[in-house]
Design a binder for this molecule. Sequence first.
Ligand SMILES: Cc1ncc(COP(=O)(O)O)c(C=O)c1O
Length: 368
Amino acid sequence: MKTDSALDSPFGHVGLGGMFRSSRTRRPGEVNLKSCGLLHRSAAEFHAATLSHIDPIEVLSYPVYDETYALAAEYLGVNTDMLVLTSGSDPGLGLLVRAFPAAKRIVLHTPNFEGWSKFAVIAGATLDPVPPSAHTGQFQFTDLLDRLGQGPPAFVVLTQPHSYTGQVHTAAEIEELAYQVGRHGSLLVLDTAYLAFTEGGEDLVRGVVGLPHVVRVNSFSKSHGLSGARIAALALHPTRANNLFDLDPEGTISGVALALLRAALAEPAVFDTIQAEVRRLRELFAALIDESPFGWRARPSGGNFVTFDAPEPAAIAAAHAYLQQHGVITRDLSGLPGLTAAIRIAVADEAIMFRVVDLLTAWHREST
Ligand SMILES: Cc1ncc(COP(=O)(O)O)c(C=O)c1O
């Protein structure tokens, strides 16, 4: 039994109220189009085959990293000494803020990946959120720079493509942002969790990766269907990579996760084909909904999801609830900055997307 004095510990800090305790559930038959994992039949079959052939040595002994490093370096177009593998980009970002404790500010477009509120706690830093333009509804890299200029050196986060809207920044914008962030003595964090689904995406970031003031954080959760395996890579200047290795970034990666990524990267054609199909389905899905009588408008997206704007939030809430009742989980974004009435729906395989279209059509018919 704890005494009151134990409860009054000097360590008693209020924080975020434990908001990152996992509350995920998985009901049989449910399809999660909220988290944007790669729910594609071919990806599932590929990983199932890897798992059925995995050498038990991967489980019996501590992991060996070299081969996965070589393949990941090739995939990201960098040298292996510029790469740090982590057990997901979420812990990778946490590592980054711990490795550079002097930075006490995180400048980022908002809304953004929720993990950033946790990284701010880890770093003892404050979030400096920058909303989309009130005129265009678009995120502007210049707004990040304006905000950056108002304070001391900071982490500056650009999610390319943006994880709520799918907005893609041009190579010229990213290069200018990187240059100005460097001049300010700050660090640009380029989160490319969804870049594999952007046509020509690698060309948009290639010019800045490896600069001393740029870190690319690349999750394999969405691109290669490895959300549950927990594996990601940080690509950065070799000197900065060494800073991260001081904190033992690899210690939490399992041999099984390494084997799954290794197998996926060794067969690039398999995932190139899946990603191309997701892009094709994304455009088809967006067009089908745009043409439907709901009055929704798809935003152009570089991710494996489509964000739709609707005339008013009640319709989004109703559609979201209807899909959920029928086992399809989506993300109601209404009320977030720049997203008055909006929903984000991940793109899975063809069978799932046609089911979503049918469900939305039924919802609309029943609600009018
Ligand atoms: C923009 C963005 N960054 C990072 C992550 C975390 O990815 P990981 O599964 O590699 O931790 C997510 C997950 O949703 C995301 O949307």
